[in-house]
Design a protein around this ligand. Structure first.
Ligand code: ADE
Length: 269
């Protein structure tokens, strides 16, 4: 198995490896071959592999789910195919914990289970996960997973307080969020740094040509060429928007002197 590590590449960008384990690989295939994820792969920032869990099924029907013990609706993801796939990737190994740790060395992949039972995903998780070398997303499209699988998972993450059809769409959300933080994927560093949430605020409104459309004009300050005024305007807009829509975010933020002034201006308007 080819292992990508930071030291094995001659470029400065971090190469992140992502493996998605899924019983529905076709769902993911077109998504990773298009748009943002395609660009990230072409630029060498990430390598994405999709692995069909059915390849690790133990019967000729390639079964990966079964009915729950004790009855009840839905199907449950089985332990054997998940173990087989994770073992092949070096994420788990047989024997004692210590032996496993020794065999794994530094390359042990970080196994993430997308699930509504997980911790709620934030931009901070993207930042943290973008520093990993190899992430494995384990997707389940079933009622749930056999509880024993949880022992092999490093982290459970939820994309929100709702239930969707399965982990694939959630894994895509996470892949998009993580890969756009990797060097070389998004146009400029500034563009990532000014994202909503990255600096704790919702981002300021943006405009592009034309200057006027059906009587609606672009704010004059953005046409002025005064970088300092533009920066101040954007900061004020970001504070105003966050105050109006997400006061909870604002409450978590340490505001500096300029922010306090801008915020009092917002409140006075
Ligand atoms: N699978 C189903 N619902 C989910 C959610 N909200 N987050 C992550 N994975 C899921």
């Amino acid at each position: 198995m080819q292992i990508y590590s930071r030291s094995s590449v001659a470029r400065e960008e971090v190469i992140l490896r992502i493996t998605v384990l899924s019983g529905l690989p076709c769902y993911l295939e077109s998504a990773i071959r298009n748009g943002h994820l395609r660009i990230a792969q072409e630029r060498g920032a990430v390598e994405i592999d999709i692995v069909n869990l059915r390849d690790f099924a133990e019967d000729s029907y390639r079964t990966i789910d079964d009915e729950p013990y004790g009855g009840g609706g839905g199907m449950v993801l089985k332990v054997e195919p998940v173990w087989g796939a994770l073992e092949t990737l070096g994420a788990v190994s047989e024997g004692s914990e210590e032996e496993g740790e020794e065999k794994r060395s530094v390359e042990k992949p970080w196994v993430v289970l997308p699930t509504p039972k997980g911790a709620r995903l934030t931009q901070r998780d993207f930042v943290r996960l973008s520093a990993k070398e190899h992430i494995v997303f384990l997707c389940s499209r079933y009622k749930g997973i056999d509880e024993r699988i949880r022992e092999w998972v490093d982290e459970e993450l939820s994309i929100g307080d709702y239930v969707i059809g399965g982990g694939e769409a959630a894994a895509l959300v996470m892949m998009e969020g993580i890969t756009r933080l990797l060097a070389g994927v998004v146009g400029t560093k500034e563009s990532v740094e000014t994202d909503s949430f990255t600096c704790g605020l919702l981002s300021a409104p943006t405009y592009t040509r034309p200057e006027e459309f059906m009587g609606k004009r672009v704010p004059t300050v953005l046409l002025s060429g005064h970088h300092e005024e533009v920066r101040r305007w954007r900061r004020k807009q970001a504070l105003a928007l966050t105050l109006a829509r997400r006061p909870d975010l604002l409450a978590e933020l340490r505001l500096d002197d300029e922010d306090q002034i801008l915020l009092s201006e917002v409140l006075g308007e």
